[in-house]
Every structure is written in C-alpha cells, then in structure tokens.
Design a protein around this ligand. Structure first.
Ligand code: BT5
Length: 321
C-alpha cells in the first residue's frame, strides 16, 4: 500500500470516531502495520495541516482538517474510478492539463486525476490565460474513451452539466451552461473547461478533461466579468465536498455517455443551457456568425439559425448573447 493510501485509511478511521480517541494499537492492528510506521504517517498528516491530538494511553483524535484538496477525502465518495485511482496533488503547478497530458502519454490509466491548489500558467482555449489563484479547484482527468473523434464535442458539454449538478448539490444557485465549455451564474463565468485530445486517425488515444472552478475566490483575483461560488452564495464553500461531488457526477455522466450515448443526456443539457432560442453572436477563429441558438444536435454541436433562415451546425467558438 502506498503511503498516500495509508494516510487515507488512517483518516477514515479517525473521522469515523468523530473527535473521540482511538488507540494507536487499534489502528495499527486494523491496517496491518507497525506503531512506528503509524506515527510517521500521523506526523506527515500533521505537517499537511491535519490537527491530530496524541495522548499517551488514549491514542489519537482528529481535531480539525485543513482547507486543502489533497484527495484523502475522496476515499468515501460514491465513485468507482474517479478519485479512487491515482491522484497527483500539487500545491502549485504550471497547468494541470500539461501534467495530465504527460502522464497519459506515459501510459497513466483512465481515471487518473491531477489536482492543484493553484496554477501559474493555467490556460483556456487557444492558449488564453486562466486565472488560477488559491481557493479554486484546478483539476485534470485522464480519460480513454473508445469513441470516434466526431463524437467528442459532447464530452465538454456533459462535463459542464456534471459541474452544474455538483454545484447544485452544494448550494442552491442558478447555475447554467454556456455552450460549449463554460458554467455561469447570473451571466458571470464561474467555471471553464478545456478538453484536449491525442488521437490517431479516427480514434481517440486519450483525452484530458481540464476543469477550473472559482470556489472561495475574491472578486479582485479573477477577471471583472467572472464570479466565484463564494461571492454568489455569500458563504465559504467546502472545496473537498465539491471536488467529491464533481468527480461523482463526472463519472456518472461519462459512464452514461459511453453506455447509452449522448441522446440520453441531451435533454438535461438543453434544460440547463442559457442561450436556447436567444439571439447570439459566435466568434470562431476571427469569424463572427449571428443568429438564433435553436438547438443542440445529437453530437453536442450548436444549431444556429442565421438571418437567411439557414441552420448551421457550429463545432466550437465563443458565444456572446
Ligand atoms: C476556458 O477557456 O474557459 C477553459 C478553462 C480551463 C481551465 C482549467 S483549470 C485546470 C486545467 N488546467 C489548465 O491549464 N486549464 C484547465 P476559454 O473558454 O478560452 O476562456 C478563457 C477566458 O476566460 C479568458 O480569456 C478570460 O476572459 C476568462 N477567464 C480567465 N480566468 C478566469 C477565471 N478564473 N474565471 C472566469 N473567467 C476566467
């Protein structure tokens, strides 16, 4: 068992006791290792910010947890793969997508997750900057879907839906999807998704699903047109819980997509989309197209009716309403 897995299990036992003491002997016996090794891992947890009391003859008790998204708490989430396999945690990193891409190239398994507390060169589409201060969640997931490249646009969209579902489980906010990759509250961006793919002709090799969400972030640390969950909910949000919900919802939606196809989730995507039947301008590679956003097609493309009455299927772009 890796040290990380051991600490995850120690925390499960301590949390279960809910601030009561549990003896070192009982933990060591349950997990099958020495008291000395247990003490080493407890020390490491303390260094990471877990307040753990140690009292002779009584044992250990967990007093408080740090506001960090190490991934230990993912031990009890309701998912089979996401958050349950390899978790790569960073206090600060260039971009979680870059790390995940390299790991995937080196053969990292599906469901591996890269998390960082902050990013110094977080990026959006077309190498735009993604502001990534402390207090957000910056996450990249390695997926290896057996899908045709043509089916990929819907992955970003259904992931945005998973974020909407997860946020709604935490606080009752009016969260909406802005096609193709944003999540907004009251018209302000709270989350962006960057999907990057390595593919052979026709076939997906792997896909990196990068998600950045402004959680406990102050107005001055993000672009003027953005917002954070804390600003909108007017309260501190538990990032560990939110991260767990996000992984649960992404896994659920991804499995549904793989087994049943996009048609099974399309309606829910449409219901959560902010621009259907509204007039929009879509900028794509310096071209602007105007029209009414009529629908999302069976692959996740936006159907835009232009003023000449024709319907166009839009693959990607920046939408302005
Ligand atoms: C996106 O691009 O919205 C995708 C953002 C993906 C970020 C995640 S974080 C984890 C992973 N690792 C990475 O390096 N990236 C992914 P796009 O649609 O191109 O939007 C970029 C635009 O959003 C910028 O040009 C700004 O206008 C705006 N923006 C930048 N930082 C923001 C923030 N923190 N909150 C809201 N909007 C922001």
């Amino acid at each position: 068992m890796k040290d990380f897995e051991v600490r995850k299990k120690i925390l499960v036992i301590l949390k279960d006791k809910d601030k009561e003491f549990v003896s070192g002997e009982a933990i060591s016996r349950k997990l099958g290792f020495s008291r000395a090794y247990l003490w080493k891992q407890i020390k490491r947890l303390r260094q990471e910010g877990y307040e753990i009391k140690a009292v002779p003859r009584r044992g250990y008790s967990l007093v408080s947890l740090p506001d960090k998204i190490y991934g230990y708490e993912l031990a009890d989430i309701n998912a089979e793969v996401l958050g349950k396999r390899n978790i790569y945690y960073y206090e600060s990193i260039g971009s979680t997508n870059d790390i995940a891409y390299k790991l995937a190239e080196d053969g990292a398994m599906e469901g591996s997750v890269v998390i960082s507390e902050s990013q110094v060169s977080g990026r959006g589409r077309m190498r735009r900057k993604w502001d990534s201060p402390h207090g957000g969640i910056y996450l990249s997931i390695i997926l290896r879907p057996e899908m045709d490249i043509e089916e990929l646009p819907c992955i970003t969209l259904v992931s945005a839906l998973a974020v909407v579902r997860a946020v709604k489980r935490i606080c009752p906010l009016d969260v909406k999807i802005k096609w193709p990759n944003d999540v907004l509250i009251g018209g302000r961006k709270v989350c962006g998704i960057l999907t990057e793919v390595k593919a052979q002709p026709g076939m997906v090799d792997f896909l990196i699903l990068g998600i950045g969400i402004n959680v406990n972030i102050k107005k001055q640390d993000i672009p003027a047109e953005a917002t954070s969950l804390k600003i909108e909910a007017e309260e501190h949000i538990d990032r560990k819980r939110l991260l767990g919900y996000m992984l649960e919802e992404i896994e659920k939606i991804y499995q549904c997509l793989i087994k049943e196809g996009f048609s099974s989730i399309r309606q829910e995507c449409k219901e959560n989309l902010m621009m259907l039947n509204k007039r929009v301008t879509i900028n794509d590679y310096n071209r602007a197209v105007e029209g009414v956003a009529l629908d999302i097609d069976e692959k996740g493309l936006l159907i835009l009716q232009t003023d000449d009455g024709k319907c166009r299927r839009i693959f990607s772009g920046d939408v302005k309403q």
